[in-house]
Design a protein around this ligand. Structure first.
Ligand SMILES: Cc1cc2nc3c(=O)[nH]c(=O)nc-3n(C[C@H](O)[C@H](O)[C@H](O)COP(=O)(O)OP(=O)(O)OC[C@H]3O[C@@H](n4cnc5c(N)ncnc54)[C@H](O)[C@@H]3O)c2cc1C
Ligand code: SF4
Ligand code: SF4
Length: 497
């Protein structure tokens, strides 16, 4: 039976290069890679060799016959990506260079041209984009990397964002630990660039600085009533249950029967799942212990995740919806909110699969409390209440029909945005450091020795593994500049912090 990719897939594409028969798509050089919600194995051409399993950093691939009940649906999801495939499919020719070895073993490389004998790189941030960049850089024998991280623990949102019940996804930090063991890599924790050390100092003491500081700010919810007690961002709740030091004092008030989450991306689902989970199931995870104690005393019976548009525009991904529908979470959709959509009218297979699964959920009996309700087609107008939130007033999108959902806790989950970085040019329109393929630019002019990667380079989209391809692009530019002699020469030894 062919192998199957499941929910934890974070898109780093290691499996693509491990597969000897080119049956995992989209590959990073195919156009839909950037928008894919996961990668898929073609069951007609998979030869069941298992090479991809060990290449996957998050344990997302499993032989079809070992699929758990909760992941069974992923066999169809993988096959659905290749509706007409058959062995020897001409669209996906077996590439000779991928045949052997099964998993590429990269040999240390030496930079050529005008590259210096020792190439000193500073990376700001230690999230996924930083660690993938460091990995790529350290394949070259002349390179030494120093990573500067403001927090006392490394790995950014892989540690402080990913939900604690996504244990498989969190194992990606084992890969980052492995990268961090490289003797040419040093990580300096508790060191904020711009506070404990300046960007100028880094530039003076390194050939290049690679900014990988992420895009940590919420898009602000602009509604009357957002300043009431009981209204906060989903980000602050994520930080709270993951023990992020910035959100130690962001405990949500759980002494209410209903919470409303505005926005329906994967982060909204994460928060809804954690709020409605059995605390005993969360106890063995890395969830913050204070948060766990608070969740044990929670009065929440229902979390309503509300989207402005219909299910055909749902922001959550199909793998996350499957995880919600078939896992331990209790979830429900009002069938009345799905009457206007029909999966068979939708050409996009992923969107059609989401609609079909939502329709299936809507036919289930309403679950026991506490449960999650996914709601579609309501535009928020105001948060009601005097000092505290008491509910949210919506209108049915495109109509005047009003609806008030009573709730003592209101969370905004409408996306992220990068903050300007002092000393670096910023593109206000995209909320990113201005760059061309990772080279930081001022207008059209590249700034020698300055590079950017990750969410602050391309905006807050994509999965953990998406940063691997992104960082690969930036590192290629940096190394090309090194070989062309285009990097400034550092003036002195690295400063002590
Ligand atoms: C709540 C949430 C849940 C997610 N869950 C998943 C998931 O389940 N699966 C998945 O594939 N993807 C998930 N993602 C997406 C994934 O986390 C991101 O794609 C990825 O973390 C982006 O990497 P990054 O390196 O650009 O930024 P980050 O991970 O944000 O890392 C940036 C790092 O830079 C540090 N930093 C910032 N400024 C400075 C400074 N001045 N000096 C020193 N250090 C600094 C920060 O402290 C941080 O450690 C999630 C995202 C969020 C927000
Ligand atoms: S089991 Fe082998 S053939 Fe099948 S997807 Fe994995 S690497 Fe490719
Ligand atoms: S996480 Fe990476 S290696 Fe694992 S299945 Fe997804 S793309 Fe393949």
């Amino acid at each position: 039976m062919p192998h199957v990719i499941t929910q934890a897939c974070c898109g780093d594409a290691s499996c693509v290069y491990a597969c000897p028969v080119n049956c995992i798509h989209p590959t990073p050089d195919e156009p839909d890679f950037g928008i894919a919600e996961m990668l898929y194995i073609d069951p007609a051409t998979c030869v069941d060799c298992g090479a991809c399993v060990s290449a996957c950093p998050v344990g997302a691939i499993t032989p079809g016959h070992r699929l758990s009940e909760t992941a069974a649906r992923f066999a169809d999801v993988n096959a659905g990506h290749y509706p007409d495939s058959a062995p020897g499919d001409a669209r996906f020719p077996v590439r000779q260079e991928w045949r052997l070895p099964m998993a590429p073993i990269s040999k240390p490389k030496r930079l050529r041209g005008a590259a210096p004998d020792e190439l000193r790189i500073a990376i700001v941030g230690s999230g996924p984009s930083a660690m993938y960049a460091a990995d790529e850089l350290l394949k070259h024998t002349q390179v030494t990397v120093t990573v500067f991280e403001r927090l006392s623990e490394p790995f950014g949102l892989a540690r402080f964002g990913v939900a604690p019940d996504h244990e498989s996804t969190r194992t990606v930090t084992n890969l980052f630990d492995e990268i961090a063991r490289d003797p040419n890599l040093e990580i300096r924790l508790n060191t904020e660039v711009g506070r404990d050390i300046s960007l100028d100092e880094l530039r003076r003491t390194h050939h290049a600085v690679l900014w990988a500081g992420g895009a940590p700010t919420d898009r602000p919810l602009q509604l009357p009533g957002v300043d009431l007690d009981g209204v906060q961002s989903a980000t602050s709740v994520v930080g709270w249950y993951n023990g992020h030091p910035d959100f130690r004092y962001s405990a949500p008030d759980l002494d209410t029967e209903r919470a409303v989450v505005i926005g329906n991306g994967n982060v909204a689902l994460d928060v809804a799942r954690i709020f409605t989970a059995d605390p005993d199931r969360l106890a063995p995870t890395t969830i913050d212990r204070t948060a766990l104690a608070a969740l044990r005393g929670s009065a929440i019976r229902e979390v309503v995740v509300v989207a402005r548009r219909g299910p055909e525009h749902a922001a959550f991904t199909l793998p996350e919806l499957i995880g919600l529908a078939d896992g331990p979470a209790r979830v429900w959709v009002d069938p009345a909110e799905l009457v206007d959509v029909d999966a068979s009218d939708v050409a996009d297979t992923t969107i059609a699969a989401k609609i079909a699964l939502l329709a299936e959920i809507s036919q289930r009996p309403k679950p026991d409390e506490p449960f999650i309700r996914l709601s579609f087609g309501y535009t928020p107008q105001e948060i009601c209440g005097d000092a505290r939130a008491t509910g949210v007033r919506f209108v049915r999108t495109g109509t005047d029909e009003e609806l008030v959902i009573p709730a003592g806790l209101v969370l905004s989950a409408i996306g992220y945005r990068g903050r300007p970085v002092p000393g670096l040019p910023f593109d206000e329109a995209t909320g990113t450091v201005a760059n061309v393929a990772g080279r930081i630019v001022d207008g059209a002019e590249p700034l020698a020795g300055l590079y950017v990667t990750g969410w602050i380079k391309r905006g807050p989209s994509g999965f953990i593994g998406t940063n691997k391809t992104d960082s690969g692009e930036t590192v290629r530019k940096l190394l090309a500049d090194a070989e062309a002699g285009a990097l400034p020469r550092p003036g002195g030894a690295p400063v002590a912090v």
